[in-house]
Design a protein around this ligand. Structure first.
Ligand SMILES: [Cu+2]
Length: 458
């Protein structure tokens, strides 16, 4: 973009110079006219070059987003960045162990409860579970180690290997979903974000890690907790969300100061480290992956002005005003969030003209990611923060609540386990886990879990 600006300035000054010269020579009017035409031609050529350069820059993925002003234009920029390479290999795309939907329900349904309703021992057990997953490395010989024998992204993107483990499997699966968005290996019909499969894909990811956690904690009834966003508003200080970011358990909310954003407290003290990250919020660029530079988890809770806090009760109540699961064209930009439940819950807003909000969304699910900040805000690597799983359990809970409300209404609302308007085109296999289809995930109770409490329409 800078080069373009310099080009324009030099063009303007040379035509001014031409004008001044022609004024001094009265007999040279014809010359001046010719020069004017030449200058106009030159200007047109410059404009064509500039447009070409702009297009090339978009194709390269280094476009200056901030210079784009409107929602539609920004959407085009986003679209031009998706699906720019052949996709990267990662967990589940090669010989990684497959799983599938459990063939029979567990004896007792797992009950997912709100984090803030757990007692101290239960909270510690969950943190210990996340830490333990990191220790289930390929060579550890621990139960579940075989599932950590996945094909890491790090090799294909030219990064050093790290010790693969059952926690980072999920970080990699999620990273791969972003990196492969719209590429041949993650076609548009099975995109795990910005489309209808957003909810089923994350429901399956939670189901898997929940079973892994049940194994490492030795508790067959282990259930993931959820982060009830309302807890952040309960104490009147939505910016800090003290009920969640406790030093004694999930750790602190970091700091708005980049130098002090390391999470302090129990989780870090237990040795929880991040192994695979992205440089900046570079969603679709394999070159942005950084491997094997272990570091402490980072947060910057409440530091981004675009998101004043976690979503509110009113935001949550808004799900019940959406009658249809998803609406054409089933994307993140042109789909209308006033009609599409999925679009609304994922967090996009068609009226937004702020590039960040057009790109990643600033409401609901997306607001939660931005609100926690740092690792949670680095969208593709966001499962690096265990808060990811609590946050997505909340998103999943709201999906379950919306489904239950639709089933209660009966009639057309109750079709597809309360998912009216789920498009026929997006019912197939999930990205990475091709053995599972989106429709397999519709009925959460059939998957063996439930929630302690579901919001209902007033
Ligand atoms: Cu995600």
């Amino acid at each position: 973009m800078k080069r373009l600006t310099i080009g324009c300035i030099s063009l303007v000054s040379s035509s001014m110079l031409l004008g001044a010269c022609s004024g001094r020579d009265a007999a040279g009017q014809e010359e001046a006219a010719k020069a004017k035409v030449a200058a106009a031609k030159e200007k047109t050529a410059e404009k064509v070059d500039a447009a070409k350069e702009e297009l090339a820059a978009k194709k390269e993925g280094f476009y200056d987003w901030a210079s784009e002003k409107t929602h539609g234009a920004q959407c085009k920029v986003m679209d031009s960045m998706i699906g720019k390479h052949d996709g990267v290999f990662g967990p589940g795309t090669a010989d990684a162990p497959r799983w599938g939907i459990p063939t029979s329900k567990p004896a007792k349904a797992r009950v997912r409860r709100s984090w803030s309703k757990l007692d101290d021992a239960e909270k510690k057990k969950i943190i210990d579970g996340f830490v333990a997953l990191k220790q289930v490395t390929v060579g550890s010989g621990k139960p579940g180690a075989a599932r950590a024998d996945y094909e890491s992204i790090c090799g294909p993107v030219g990064q050093p290997a790290y010790e693969r483990n059952l926690y980072d499997y999920y970080v990699e699966a999620h990273m791969n979903a972003f990196l492969s968005m719209g590429t041949p290996i993650e076609g548009h019909m099975q995109m795990s974000h910005m489309g209808p499969q957003f909810l089923p894909w994350h429901r399956y990811l939670l189901l898997r890690i929940e079973a892994d956690l049940a194994e490492v904690t030795g508790d067959p009834d282990f259930a993931l907790p959820y982060w009830d966003w309302e807890d952040c508003h309960a104490d009147g200080d939505p910016k800090s969300c003290a009920p969640i970011f406790e030093r004694a358990f999930l750790g602190t909310g970091g700091s708005c100061d980049d130098a002090r954003r390391d999470v302090e407290g129990y989780i870090s003290d237990q040795g929880f480290r991040v192994n695979i990250t992205t440089q900046g919020n570079n969603l679709f660029v394999p070159e942005a992956i950084v491997c094997n530079q272990p570091r402490t988890l980072r947060r910057q809770v409440g530091c981004v002005d675009l998101v004043p806090g976690a979503p509110t009760r009113a935001d949550v109540d808004g799900i019940f005003a959406r009658q249809t699961y998803d609406a054409p064209p089933y994307d993140h930009c042109k789909t209308e969030e006033d009609a599409s439940f999925r679009q609304y819950l994922e967090g996009y807003d068609n009226d937004s003209t702020v590039m960040t909000c057009v790109a990643v969304g600033c409401n609901m699910h997306s607001a939660g990611h931005i609100f926690i900040g740092a690792d949670m805000y680095e969208s593709s690597g966001s499962p690096n923060d265990p808060m990811f799983f609590l946050h997505h359990a909340q998103v999943d809970r709201l999906w379950a609540a919306w489904q239950a409300a639709n089933v209660a209404k009966g009639g057309d609302a109750a079709v597809d386990a309360g998912n009216p308007g789920y498009p026929e085109t997006h019912r197939g296999s999930l990205f990475v886990w091709s053995e599972v289809t989106a429709t397999d995930l519709f009925d959460h109770a059939a998957l063996g879990y439930t929630y302690d409490d579901l919001p209902a329409p007033k």
